[in-house]
Write a protein that binds this ligand. Structure first.
Ligand SMILES: [Zn+2]
Length: 166
């Protein structure tokens, strides 16, 4: 999957979270979460730039998602005592940080899992999972997912701002 498709999947995943945060009255937090997830949308593809690391290997796994989540949880635990940001729903900042990092990587993995090359979710256990829906370079799928993502995000923002119940 290309960048545009990954951004689309990330926005589809973000839409309900954005709706929740906006309706709960946390617009700055919602923007921060959306910005972070979109920024991390291509993180697993750093494997293109690390010599010796195969593409769609270790960085395309739940283990990597857990590591990234752990880094975010660690950062949140350092920041929490200094800068206390109210997290809605009684979720601790550390737990929210973990979900943020973990979720951003998993969204990327799902985007890659629809292509025939598949994703080795349980790396180092060698098995690729694929839904065989499209090739990674499909213009239709990359633009289609991007369009759906934009639509879902715009919809959730519009609904949250109007205060409509779903
Ligand atoms: Zn990838």
């Amino acid at each position: 999957m290309f960048r545009r498709g990954h951004l689309g999947v990330a926005m589809l995943a973000l839409a309900p979270v954005t709706f929740w945060l906006l309706s709960a009255g946390y617009p700055v937090f919602a923007a921060l979460v959306a910005g972070t997830v979109l920024y991390l949308a291509m993180l697993p593809d750093v494997d293109h730039r690390i010599p010796g690391v195969p593409h769609r290997g270790p960085t395309h796994s739940l283990l990597f998602a857990g590591v990234v989540g752990g880094v975010f949880a660690g950062a949140a635990s350092l920041v929490e005592p200094v800068l206390s940001v109210a997290v809605p729903g009684g979720v601790s900042m550390v737990a929210f940080g973990f979900l943020l990092g973990f979720g951003a990587v998993v969204a990327h993995l799902l985007g890659d899992a629809i292509t025939p090359a598949g994703v080795n979710f349980l790396w180092p256990y060698p098995k690729e999972w694929s839904l065989y829906l499209t090739t990674a370079d499909s213009t239709l799928w990359n633009w289609g997912l991007f369009g759906l993502g934009v639509f879902a995000m715009a919809g959730s923002v519009a609904l949250a701002l109007r205060g409509l119940p779903i």
